[in-house]
Design a protein around this ligand. Structure first.
Ligand code: C5P
Length: 420
């Protein structure tokens, strides 16, 4: 089990990663410390911070002697590394040293070596993107600039140079060409500005272990999956793109009433869907639909309660199916993404998984009572993310941009699967 925790300075990474590792009984690997150690040694030796060849040598010679002790403490030459690598000068130098791709190519394999076979919580800037792209769960922590600076000030006991250190370092870390600090496409984004570390840890644990599907869901899903595979010769490409852990928005094109079922058949994890409020009118209907993972949405106007429910489910580590087109559009190509869809993605910080369905449209031809047995093909695309803003006022222009971005990314998958 590898859990990647990335994010900028002062986002709460270290506190959260350490607590999480303790809670899960996993090792904790602080990759920032490896770069810090290289920078600290370079400063001690008087190695110029732009001398790439010399820095490579320092990195190789230093990290060869770094080990992980007791699953949490990095040692250098047998002694636990102390606060000497955490001064603002070393932080600044570290960011300069770590921007050299040649240095990173020496450091990254050493970081991988430090991760025990049993797994770890690994903290850094590029764990989810470069060091461990196959991590079981990827989390990207962020917080407002003010909160991050005040956290760093508390750590150092003084605010001298902190503002510069935090902003310049973050910018350099985000801009470098290799191993840039950014959320992986399939990472969950958590804003820690006003959330205590223990609560962030609890949220991550939930992402790892969400409530499992009920028995009725599991049984019906298995039957449906069987029928779809045998009768409808369901063919699926890219199913591995549906995450095994953590929340995600599954985004299918919507051509038929059976689309929910096809999406549900793709994974044993429960997929939650919004259903028209009218379907929930009778008590029996409501019970059945709820057991099947549906929750009501009033159509034709913004429905706050259902948006909230969606965000809650995503916060709790669930998979939520949302049709980006908003409603069923038989006989049309994938053309228009609704702003409400992008809103949920931006507000939840969850990745989006495009799902192109083809063939479902022909199952219930208009005017016919019986379903037609046709071949159904599904292409699951790679996850992607929109800008995330989980709190504060979301400006209209930002939402519009996010919607256009979703449209562009989703169309690629949908247009490849839908006949022209
Ligand atoms: O996390 P920490 O503040 O200890 O990291 C110090 C510096 O090390 C970062 O500012 C960044 O430049 C570098 N770093 C990195 N990649 C990582 C971890 C840290 O480039 N995975």
């Amino acid at each position: 089990m590898i859990i990647a925790i990335d994010g900028p300075a002062g986002s709460g990474k270290s506190t959260v990663a350490k607590l999480l590792a303790q809670k899960l009984g996993l090792a904790y690997v602080d990759t920032g410390a490896t770069y810090r150690l290289v920078a600290w040694r370079a400063l001690q030796n008087g190695t110029p911070l732009d001398s790439v060849d010399a820095l490579r040598t320092v990195a190789a010679e230093t990290l060869r002697n770094v080990e992980l002790r007791d699953g949490a403490n990095l040692t250098f030459d047998g002694s636990v590394i102390g606060p000497e690598i955490r001064t603002p000068e070393v932080s600044e130098a570290t960011s300069i040293v770590s921007a050299h791709p040649e240095v990173r190519s020496v450091v990254v394999p050493e970081q991988r070596r430090l991760v025990p076979a049993a797994g770890a919580v690994v903290e850094g800037r590029d764990i989810g993107t470069v060091v461990w792209p196959d991590a079981d769960l990827k989390v990207y922590l962020d917080a407002s600039a003010e909160v991050r600076m005040s956290r760093r000030t508390d750590q150092h006991g003084s605010s001298d140079g902190i503002a510069r250190e935090v902003t310049e370092r973050d910018e350099r870390d985000a801009r470098r060409p290799v191993g840039a600090m950014r959320p992986a496409d399939d990472a969950m984004l958590i804003d820690t500005s006003s959330v205590p570390a223990e609560d962030v840890v609890a949220r991550i644990v939930k992402l790892l272990h969400p409530a499992p599907p009920g028995r009725l869901y599991a049984v019906l899903r298995a039957i449906l999956a069987f029928l779809l595979r045998t009768l409808f010769r369901l063919e699926v490409e890219g199913v591995e793109n549906i995450p095994k852990h953590g929340s995600a928005i599954l985004a299918p094109n919507h051509r038929s009433l059976i689309d929910h079922f096809v999406v549900a058949a793709l994974t044993k994890r429960q997929v939650w869907f919004m259903g028209k409020a009218e379907l929930f009118k009778s008590r029996m209907g409501a019970r059945l639909l709820t057991a099947l993972g549906a929750f009501p949405v009033k159509r034709g106007r913004p429905d706050r309660a259902s948006l909230q429910r969606c965000l809650e489910l995503l916060r709790d580590g669930q998979l939520v199916g949302i049709y980006p087109e908003g409603t069923r559009r038989p006989d049309s190509r994938f053309e228009e993404v609704e702003e409400g869809f992008a809103y949920i993605a931006v507000r939840s910080g969850a990745p989006i998984v495009p799902i192109g369905l083809s063939g479902t449209q022909a199952v219930f031809p208009t005017g016919k009572k019986l379903p037609r047995i046709v071949k159904i093909r599904v292409v699951v695309g790679k996850p992607f993310r929109l800008i995330a803003q989980t709190s504060g006022v979301l400006p209209r222009t930002k939402l519009k941009e996010a919607t256009a971005h979703a449209q562009e990314r989703l169309s690629v998958v949908m247009n490849a699967v839908e006949p022209l």
